[in-house]
Design a protein around this ligand. Sequence first.
Ligand code: NZQ
Ligand code: ZN
Length: 386
Amino acid sequence: MLDFDYYNPTHIVFGQDRLNELDKLIPETARVMVIFGGQSAKKFGTIDRVKDVLKSREVIEFGGIEPNPQFDTLIRATELAKEKKIDFLLAVGGGSVMDGTKFIALATKTPADEYHNLLSHGFSPVPATDALPLGCIATLPATGSEMNMAGVITFNEQKYPFMSPLVFPKFSLLDPELTLTLPKEQIANGIVDAFIHVLEQYLTVPVNAKIQDRIAEGVLKTLIEDGPATFDDNEDIEARKNFIWSATTALCGSIGSGVPQDWSTHMIGHELTAMYGIAHGRTLAIVLPSLLRERKDKKHAKLLQFAERVWDISEGTEEEKVALAIDKTEAFFNNLEVSTRLSDYGIEEAGIDNVIVNMEKMGLTTLSESGDLTLDIVRKILVAAY
Ligand code: NZQ
Ligand code: ZN
C-alpha cells in the first residue's frame, strides 16, 4: 500500500423525512443562500420545504445553475452573495449544483480580479485560504460531490476540475425520497458515473491495498445488484438507499487512499461533454470499455481480480476472463439503456480530431496511473469506441 493522508470532515445525514434537521445543521444566526438548478428543486417543492425550515433566518435564493455549471453564472451568484453578506451556502441539487456551490464558496472569499485563478489547478488544491461554509441536500446520486472536496466548472467550453479541503460540505443530507423524481436516464447516468469512479481508483496496478480493494469490490457488486433494481423499479427504496450510499462511498476518498489512480476515462469524457454536450455519465460509458481493451495488458492483474471477484468469472484462461469482464461491464451499461458507441450520440468521426486538439490545448497529454497514455492512444480509444 502507498502512503496516504485521509481527511473527510463531512457529516452525512442519511434517511427519509430528515429535512427538518436542517434547523440544527445550519447556525441559527446564518444568512443563507439557497442554491439550486434549472427547475427540479423548485418544481418538486424542495425549495419551499427548505425555506420553511429555515424561516427564522435570512434566506435568499439563487436558481439557474446549469448542468455542467458555467463560470459566469457562478460569478453572478458570488457577487450577489458578497452584496448580501451571505455567510452560509446551501446547495439543493445534483453534482452540478453542489460543485457550483463549492466554487461560489471559494469565490466569495476571493477578490473579483482573481476569480480566474481558481481554475487551472487540476488535481492540486487551489491556492485559497478561506471559503464560506456550505451544506448540501443531494438530489442525484452520482458524483460523490456531497462528501468530497472536488468540483468541475465549465469555462469557455472547457471543463476545469478543482479541489480544496476548504469546500468539504459541513453536512450533506441524503434523503432517498428526494431522488424519486429523477428521470430514468439520470438514474442510469448516476449508476455509470459511480461505477466508473470506483474503477478509476481500482483498475490500475496491485499494491496490496486489501481494504481499499475489498471496499471497491463491495461497492461495484452493490451497484451491479441495486443499480438495475433502482432503474427498473422506482418504488424499490431499499435498493435506492444502497445505490445512493454506493455513489457517495465511490468518491469520498476512502477507496482512493494509498492506491494508484487513473482518471483517464474522466479526462477524455470531460472533453466529450465540453465539446458535444453529452451527459457526464454517458461520456464515461463510451470511453471506459474501449480504454480497458486498449490497456488490458498494463492493467492485467487488476482486471483479472475484477473479473474473478466482481463478475465471479471462474472459467477460461486469464485473457478470456479479462475479455469477458470488460464485455460484461459494457453490457451492464447497455442494459441501463446507455449506449457505449460514440456514433450513437450524433457526432461525426472527424469530431475525434477536435477532442485531441482540445486535450492538447488543456495539457492533457500524459494520462493514466503511469503517465504513458498519450494522445495517439486517446485517438485509438475513441476510434474503437465510434
Ligand atoms: O437543473 P435541474 O432542473 O435541477 O435538473 C437536474 C439536471 O437537469 C436534474 N435533477 C437533479 N436532481 C433531480 C433532477 N431531476 C429530477 N429530480 C431530481 N431529484 O438532473 C440533471 C442533471 O443534474 P447534474 O447535477 O448536472 O448531474 P450530476 O449529478 O450527474 O452532476 C454532473 C456534474 O458533476 C461533475 C460533472 O463533470 C458534471 O459537471 N462531476 C463532479 C465530480 C465531483 N464533484 O467530485 C466528479 C464527477 O466525476 C463529475 O465530473
Ligand atoms: Zn464522474
